[in-house]
Design a protein. Structure first.
Length: 233
């Protein structure tokens, strides 16, 4: 056995057998035990009696996958290994068999729907489903663009619009058909969409949104635009 002097006078550490030698006595600091768990047997599992029970539970977890809080380890002095036990007082012997009771964590499963990254998508309409295109601001029309994007996020509404049939002579029907057109574009384009045609029909149906201040279209309220569109729908 190769021995090395420690920092404490009269004590030698044996690296090959995990022993302290002091004044002619040997003190075990590392014991290799066998762990029996279900149908599995793990031999030569190191138990450092100068460490904590928590550390040993972490070793057991790395071998079996049983989380420390679920581990019931039996076979030590006193029967069940307790968290506050002093490992040096357990009377462990080389090769001693311990029994583990507990269930391991479930093995992570592959997600049913794989993650799709933007760089893996071709420049088609598929990209619009992940990163919807924006709407061009046609002069203080951000209120309307925000309202249209909210409507576009409702798949049931888009489906009903596709099935809608009405007369262009009816103002509300013309507005709904224009809405169907701009939402259809949002579902097909990967870049920004200009809602120009819809804006003209919208201002015709609701002239208050065509108000101008010093030659420019005035700012409007998105909630008011939403209310008017809901009324038409």
């Amino acid at each position: 056995i190769e021995q090395f002097p420690s920092e404490i006078p009269g004590i030698f550490v044996s690296l090959s057998r995990g022993l302290f030698q002091s004044r002619g006595f040997f003190f075990i600091i590392m014991v290799k035990v066998t762990i029996k768990w279900k149908k599995e047997t793990y031999k030569d599992v190191e138990f450092d009696v100068n460490d904590t029970v928590e550390t040993f539970r972490a070793v057991v977890f790395s071998l079996t996958g049983v989380p420390p809080e679920r581990q019931k380890i039996m076979g030590v002095k006193g029967g069940l290994l307790k968290d506050d036990a002093e490992p040096a007082s357990l009377g462990l012997k080389e090769g001693q068999q311990l029994m583990l009771i507990g269930n391991a964590d479930d093995v992570p499963r592959e997600p049913e729907k794989k993650t799709v990254f933007v760089e893996d998508i071709s420049a088609t309409g598929s990209l619009a489903a992940i990163n919807p295109p924006g709407l061009e601001n046609l002069g203080n029309t951000c209120y309307l663009n925000a309202t249209l994007q909210c409507l576009n996020a409702v798949p049931e509404l888009r489906a009903e619009l596709l099935a809608f049939s009405g007369s262009q002579s009816d103002a509300s029907a013309a507005l709904i058909m224009a809405l169907r057109g701009v939402l259809t574009e949002l579902g097909q384009q990967v870049e920004h969409v200009s809602p120009y045609m819809f804006l003209q029909v919208f201002r015709t149906a609701y002239p208050q949104f065509a108000e101008q201040v010093r030659g420019s279209y005035a700012q409007q309220d998105a909630e008011e635009a939403w209310t008017q569109l809901m009324s038409s729908l």
